[in-house]
Design a protein around this ligand. Structure first.
Ligand SMILES: *Cc1c(COP(=O)(O)O)cnc(C)c1O
Length: 420
């Protein structure tokens, strides 16, 4: 072990040199601590991950891959990336891992680059039903440069309609089929997707951004054995640094690596790669497995509590960390609900529900997730409480001050980033 003094985040130095920005950073910490963070794509990453992110690894140019870089001086950072790759392969049982994607969207751009040519047909969940911008939105490269076809959920069960996925696949012969979404609360049957992909000779890509943390924690089944390629963000339930990652079968390793660099990205963010390695170590522990299971139990408790309050969980509940709620019975729009909850110090987002009668910017639903509150140590009894607080804030716009006080009492008992 080196006995050098760690050169890391120094708050007193930042406060002196740039009081404006240091106040903003402290203000954001106060905001995180002062309310309920229920955005389904957010979490509180650990101090260890933050330390790696705030390290001098940020300085190093390391275009290329370990032991095949374009610049000198990479021997030290190579070790971080090699350790990260090995941890990812072991944790997920994958042939190949690429830790360099700057974000989930960057990982996805590279997947199109690796497997498709502009104009190729790609079959993905339609955006209005829970798909992601990078799955074919007309304002995103995916919708501009590829012929994307959207599949839907069954209007009665609100589960993926596999008959329609298969029919669309047979009709359009896609080059690639995408499984994965941003607002789908249920398990996805990866085996069924694999069978359909095989029937039409398509690549199967699983965009696991939302739920990969639950896979890492062995709380839900893994897509890795079925998919040709799996992309994800590292900052959602997985609780790592903001960033992306790709896993693939050995036969696609070269294509994936080339698509990240040099096709889509320049130098990797080596501080982020090191922080990803740290978070993979954390995610390999029994503690993380218990965390992941509690995230799901909490989402189920929250869903049941909200259902009692007339906020209808889409598909009847959840198997994951997120709950999508239809507010029709309350007569409140998603947009109004988001604003009222915000006043009550409950951060969540409006979200379209399948076959939403309202436009996306208003929306009939809200989406909540339990990754962050579970990191704070909350369990089922707190979820019952949170369900009541959300329902009160949504149904009564005059209640927000009272609800905010109760939220403050609750989060004081389960502090985010507790002071030592
Ligand atoms: C969050 C998410 C992404 C994008 O991740 P960014 O890091 O915001 O670019 C991509 N796909 C899905 C399904 C997501 O949920």
């Amino acid at each position: 072990m080196s006995n050098e003094i760690f050169w890391g985040p120094d708050w007193s130095e930042l406060a002196e040199m740039d009081p404006e920005i240091s106040q903003i950073i402290l203000g954001e910490l106060a905001r995180l601590r002062g309310g309920l963070q229920l955005i389904a794509s957010e979490n509180f990453t650990s101090p260890a991950v933050l330390a790696a992110l705030g390290s001098t690894l940020s300085n190093k140019y390391a275009e290329g891959y370990p032991n095949r870089r374009y610049y000198g001086g990479c021997a030290v950072v190579d070790e971080a990336e090699i350790i990260g790759i090995e941890r990812a392969k072991k944790l997920f049982g994958a042939d190949h891992a690429n830790l360099q994607p700057h974000s989930g969207a960057s990982a996805n751009i590279a997947i199109y680059g690796a497997f498709c040519k502009p104009g190729d047909t790609v079959l993905a969940m339609s955006l209005a039903q829970g798909g992601h911008l990078t799955h074919g939105s007309p304002v995103n490269f995916s919708g501009m440069w590829f012929n994307t076809i959207g599949y839907n959920v069954d209007p009665d069960t609100e589960l993926i309609d596999f008959n329609s996925v298969r029919d669309l696949a047979l009709k359009h012969k896609p080059k690639m089929i995408v499984a994965g979404a941003t607002a789908y609360p249920r398990l996805i049957d990866f085996k069924k997707f694999r069978e359909i992909a095989d029937e039409v000779g398509a690549i199967l890509w699983v965009d696991a951004a939302h739920f990969i943390g639950l896979v890492a924690g062995k709380a839900i089944p893994s897509p890795v054995e079925y998919a040709d390629v799996v992309s994800f963000t590292t900052h959602k339930v997985l609780r790592g640094p903001r960033g992306g990652m790709i896993l693939s079968k050995a036969e696609h390793a070269k294509a994936v690596d080339k698509a990240i660099f040099p096709m889509m990205q320049g130098g990797p963010l080596m501080h982020a790669v090191a922080a990803k390695a740290v978070s993979l170590k954390e995610a390999s522990t029994v503690e993380f497995q218990n965390y992941a299971k509690q995230v799901v139990l909490n989402a189920q408790a929250l869903s049941a509590g909200l259902e009692k309050e007339d906020l209808r969980p889409v598909s009847g509940g959840t198997d994951t960390h997120l709950v999508l709620l239809d507010l029709a019975k309350t007569g409140v729009t998603g947009k109004a609900a988001e604003g009222q909850c915000d006043e009550a110090k409950i951060t969540l987002n409006k979200n379209p529900i399948p076959n939403d009668p309202l436009p996306p910017m208003t929306a009939s639903g809200i989406r909540v997730g339990t990754a962050a509150v579970t990191t704070q140590g909350m369990k089922e009894p707190q979820m019952q409480e949170i369900a009541k607080l959300i329902a009160t804030a949504v149904k009564d716009p005059n209640s927000t001050e009272v609800v905010a006080k109760e939220v403050a009492e609750l989060v004081a008992k389960f502090p985010a980033y507790p002071r030592p």
